[in-house]
Write a protein that binds this ligand. Structure first.
Ligand code: NAD
Length: 295
């Protein structure tokens, strides 16, 4: 049984958090939640990748100790709250599960159906999807009122925003509970309806896609496009560097999902982006994208 405790009639407190996926976002969310005092179980399909995530977390916290941002006892307490597993059943007692696997609706739907049969019936099942219809995940379960989006930004440890995505099926209590959770993690929460791209990506990805278009049609060089947006708009990084940070495969999936939903030609992925993904040039995580990254 989960230990979901009722605080008021409108919200329940979240103590234990399950995270599925130990990629860029799953790792970041695990660190954020553990630092906020939650018990965290990270599930990856392979035990080794789940363990690698814990090793990366140890390194990340170690650097924070070196810089004087965290003391050693706090580091040890955070690490003591995190466990890794390859077993989905280990999430059975979680109050909240946040799914953060590959941006693929079929994969996520199957996972939600499976989770529904494992995780305590009172728990909330959330997705970190960037664009996919959350309602489709909700109706893959027998608890559609307890399914919503909890969308962190990359890097989750540094970015202050969380979008809370409300599918038509979610209850007010579910939305209030995830708001309390996001705020417990020190994040600013905004609520948004279940439409592809939500707020941030619906505005951001047409811009990123158009930056690739300028590169592809020879309007300007990679470096000049990035310099222009840093110097001209005061953005902390240029669009092509940002695509590399997000991951070109994830970016393409987001742009395709926006196009599928709205059929707006401005959302049609630029061929160069699709070809780079086909070539395995996925950005920082693969060592090469618009820029090269020493591995
Ligand atoms: N990268 C970003 O900037 C960003 C920001 C916000 C939200 N997101 C969303 O977070 C989610 C994860 O993205 P990421 O950037 O961490 O990706 P990633 O490629 O770093 O990690 C993906 C994870 O999914 C797992 N996975 C792949 N195929 C799977 C399958 N068939 N079944 C189960 N697990 C599988 C991988 O092993 C890995 O742990 C996506 O829904 C993405 O849209 C990404």
């Amino acid at each position: 049984m989960g230990n979901l405790r009722t605080m008021t009639s409108k919200t329940a407190s979240i103590e234990s958090v399950g995270i599925i996926g130990s990629g860029i976002m799953g790792s970041g969310i695990a660190e954020v939640a553990a630092k906020a005092g939650h018990t965290v179980i990270v599930r990856s399909r392979k035990r080794e990748t789940a363990d690698d995530m814990v090793i990366r977390l140890e390194k990340s916290l170690g650097k924070q100790v070196e810089k004087g941002k965290l003391d050693e006892s706090a580091r040890d307490a955070v690490l003591a709250r995190v466990t890794a597993t390859a077993d989905l059943e280990a999430l059975a007692g979680c109050d909240l599960v946040i799914e953060s696997v590959v941006e693929d609706l079929a994969v996520k739907k199957e996972l939600f159906g499976e989770l529904d049969g494992i995780v305590d019936a009172g728990a909330i099942l959330a997705t970190n999807t960037s664009t996919l219809p959350v309602v489709e995940l909700a109706v893959a379960t027998k608890r559609p009122d307890k399914v919503c989006g909890v969308h962190f930004f990359n890097p989750a440890t540094a970015m202050s925003l969380v979008e809370l995505v409300r599918p038509l099926t979610a209850s007010d209590e579910t939305m209030a509970t995830v708001r309390t959770f996001a705020e417990s993690c020190g994040k600013t929460a905004v609520e948004v309806q279940d439409r592809a791209g939500f707020i941030v990506n619906a505005l951001l990805f047409p811009y990123l896609n158009n930056a690739v278009r300028l590169l592809e049609n020879g309007t300007a060089s990679r470096d000049d496009i990035d310099e222009a947006m840093k110097g001209g708009c005061n953005f902390p990084m240029g669009p092509l560097a940002l695509l590399d940070l997000v991951g070109l495969d994830t970016s393409l999936a987001i742009i395709d999902a926006l196009y599928d939903e709205f059929r707006d030609p401005n959302y049609a992925a630029v061929p160069l982006l699709r070809r780079m993904v086909a070539a395995g040039h996925l950005g920082r995580k693969s060592g090469a994208g618009f820029y090269d990254y020493a591995r």
